[in-house]
Design a protein around this ligand. Structure first.
Ligand code: DX5
Ligand code: ZN
Length: 229
């Protein structure tokens, strides 16, 4: 199991302090900037778009973790200027041609990630396990920050890790997104999660953001999690 990594959810950031926030993330070595793109159709909210993605790229060299919560993502991938090192996640629920879209993400130079909502069974993405570098398990129903964990998603993480390892896909990572408190992160890590989308539950909350991040690193990196791979 690699080092647990943070992907701060930029939709939760204070837009009036965005620059200094991103510089802090660079200093603390977070792995990605999580960009929630929402179209108001697949999820009941509209959030972050191509302009924010372009400006983030111009401002920081941190790779992007672009979470496409949009209908028919296959025709829109180029809009986000995929680059080597980026993750791009697409929801199984948003396209009839998931394997084609994941293959296209890879052909554009980014790392493909398949995402599933809490109610979507892992069977819906099992056939594309060989096509992804990661799977995104939504631990809340997507669309808003500040929601509560859907409890059965913890076991879903565990089952997913077992399914991937049984197929020898030990390098495929698991990302979790939604109500990642420190306590939930510990349980998710024990279940097999690798990348944690940090939002209002973990770092964008009262108190010192740097301290929250350092706390996460201390707590999660000291966890005695058997290296299953
Ligand atoms: C949910 C969003 C996430 C996340 C925000 O649709 O994709 O970015 O929930 O973090 P929390 O849940 O901690 O406010
Ligand atoms: Zn997200």
């Amino acid at each position: 199991m690699g080092t647990p990594r943070l992907s701060p959810s930029m939709m939760c950031a204070d837009i009036f302090r965005l620059g200094e926030t991103i510089r802090l993330f660079e200093k603390l070595g977070v792995s990605y900037l999580h960009i929630d793109v929402m179209d108001g159709s697949f999820v009941p909210n509209i959030m972050l778009g191509t302009s924010e993605v372009r400006q983030m790229r111009e401002f920081s060299s941190l790779p992007l973790d672009i979470h496409l919560m949009i209908e028919e993502p296959g025709d829109k991938l180029e809009w986000f200027g995929p680059q080597k090192g980026d993750y791009i996640s697409v929801h199984a629920e948003t396209t009839r041609h998931l394997q084609r879209v994941l293959a296209k993400i890879r052909s554009l130079g980014a790392k493909p990630m398949a995402a599933v909502n809490p109610a979507t069974p892992l069977a819906a993405i099992e056939e594309v396990f060989p096509d992804v570098d990661a799977v995104l398990v939504m631990t809340v129903n997507p669309g808003y920050a500040g929601q509560k964990l859907v409890p059965q998603t913890l076991d879903k993480i565990r089952r997913l890790r077992a399914m991937l390892d049984d197929r020898g896909l030990t390098d495929v990572e698991i990302e979790v997104d939604g109500n990642i408190t420190l306590e939930n992160a510990v349980q998710m890590r024990k279940a097999g999660a690798d990348i944690f989308v940090a939002g209002t539950s973990l770092i964008f909350r009262k108190g010192d953001m740097e301290e929250h991040i350092l706390n996460f690193n201390r707590e999660l990196r000291n966890l005695d999690v058997c290296p299953t791979r």
